[in-house]
Write a protein that binds this ligand. Sequence first.
Ligand SMILES: [Zn+2]
Length: 247
Amino acid sequence: MKEQLKRLRELQYIDLELDGFRKVKGEIVERIEENKGFLSKLIVDLEKQKEEFEEIKSLQRSKSDDLTYIKEQHDKRKKRLHNVGSAKEFNAVEKEIEGLKRSIGQTEEELQHMNEVIQSTQDAIADKESKVVQLQKSIAAEEAASADQIQKADDDIERLKARESEARGEVSKRVLHRYDFIRNRREGLAVVAAKDGYCEACYMAVPAQEFIMIQRGTTLCSCPHCQCILYFWEEAIGEPGGPSADA
Ligand SMILES: [Zn+2]
């Protein structure tokens, strides 16, 4: 079992390294994806605002036609005022003119308000458009800059995967099954030293009887508290975290 535990430790060193490279790559990809998501949201907003802009432009055109029509009506009435036959008719036409004047004032006010909305919408569109361009540039730059990092991580992952499958071949199926099960549950750490009677993963004391078994290294022992597979620390001479080889 001592030999199996040694192989298992080797496997774990490889797997932890693999986890590290996968994490690095994952973070890069995630950051780019996040910015891409932000960009597509910005583009959707921009398109919506452009539609709104077109709508209000068309409303403005029809309002402007209304104004022309009302003004024409107003001028016609003004001319008629010179040719009316009676005072009654004069009063009626004058009333109409008053009404049309009010209408002109109101329509001009509405048009003024529309122009303001059009201006502010135009500004917002220009602002979003420049943000889109900026973001596209920064994403492209980030992708270019991280392409090498991703490639390197991929190469490292490939190289380690080959070593991983080799190392897995050295460990029995039963032990591997246990190892994988614990690794899945404990964010990568499955094989841990028992040092001075304590588990190095959860820092709880290992029962004395269990510790003796670990020292002997004849059976596969787990920490009763955190379930990690335990090995005797003194066995891991020269390994990462183990006793120094020259001591
Ligand atoms: Zn433990």
